[in-house]
Design a protein around this ligand. Structure first.
Ligand SMILES: [Zn+2]
Length: 321
């Protein structure tokens, strides 16, 4: 693969304890975000969107994003965390604090999306569906107030998700349904929204069925991500046969700063996602693929950085899918 590959990892949970060296509440190694980022930049990643999944986490995501010009973040509340609106004692005040945080982050040039928000019916134990739906809808108000695109999470909830999206379509410019693991039918429902992209990571590439569904996502409607420290590509996954780039890895008990940590995903691995997408879709030119995906991501999250020369180049090669 060419070294001129440029990628944006749109989903990195840098606020996760694993990046502080803490696993299941126990410290195994030092906090190591600088080492993780150094590996990402040398793999061809040149921007990262840090995920915010609650008010507190969004504050932390913004603080992390402020440490490097290549880091950006989202502000929003994840479906499994939506009880925090009510538990705060004043849902409207909680929401207004989110709005203020988003405005502050936009002024700093760091907040690029509202999210992650959406519906997750696989994890109703953390938050009932009625609460999830109520505050998913509420976050369109945030997108409308700050005029940002949406970073969306949809798990086992395609019907309700698409209904809510359809009702609020006029309230946001564009969005991505990240960490897509749905069926071909779910994929087509999402693709029917012309302002929606689909985010693909290791969880989207686990089975041969997943790969079949992936083949039906046009690359012009796709973005890539890791969702690290989760959703790595494992040796047992169907996508593994297309992976070309590998990094030395050590168990967390034997941590070394120059190695990745076994079973902890990190943003350099987005390159493997690119390789699996290319292999699976039979695209020989991964560099061309990376340009399209990069362009899609800029269109939605970094519109000020769209390069017209790159656009012209892309349009000349759009029939390569
Ligand atoms: Zn998610």
């Amino acid at each position: 693969m060419s070294s001129t590959v440029r990628m944006i990892d749109i989903a990195v949970n840098l606020t996760d304890n694993m990046f502080k060296g803490i696993y299941n509440g126990r410290q195994y190694h030092v906090a190591d975000i600088p080492a993780v980022l150094a590996r990402a930049w040398s793999a061809g990643v040149d921007r990262i969107i840090v995920t915010g999944g609650s008010l507190e986490e969004s504050k932390e995501a913004l603080a992390i994003a402020e440490t490097d010009g290549r880091l950006f973040c989202t502000v929003g509340v994840h479906p499994t965390r939506c009880k925090e609106f009510e538990e705060s004692g004043d849902p409207e005040k909680h929401f207004q604090t989110l709005v203020s945080l988003a405005k502050e982050g936009i002024q700093k040039g760091k907040v690029v999306a509202v999210g992650e928000c959406g519906l997750d019916y696989d994890r109703l134990q953390f938050c009932p569906s009625e609460t999830q739906k109520k505050y998913f809808e509420k976050q369109f108000e945030l997108a409308e107030a700050v005029k940002l695109p949406m970073f969306l999470h949809m798990r086992a909830a395609a019907e309700d998700f698409c209904n809510i999206l359809a009702q609020n379509k006029h309230r946001f410019s564009a969005g991505v349904a990240h960490s897509f693991t749905g069926s071909a039918e779910d994929r087509d429902k999402l693709l029917s929204f012309d302002n929606l992209f689909i985010g693909v990571n290791g969880c989207s590439l686990k089975t041969t069925e997943n790969l079949d569904v992936l083949r039906g996502i046009p690359i012009e409607r796709m973005m890539i991500e890791t969702d690290s420290p989760y959703c790595g590509i494992k040796n047992t996954h169907a996508g593994i046969k297309f992976v070309k780039s590998v990094w030395p890895s050590k168990k967390k008990e034997k941590y070394e700063p120059d190695s990745t940590v076994k079973d902890r995903n990190e943003p350099c691995i987005v390159r493997q996602v690119l390789e699996v997408v290319a292999g699976c879709k039979g695209i020989g030119d991964a560099e061309h693929l990376s340009k399209t995906l990069y362009h899609n991501t800029c269109r939605v999250f970094f519109p000020q950085d769209l390069d017209t020369a790159a656009d012209a180049l892309l349009e000349s090669g759009l029939n390569i899918q």
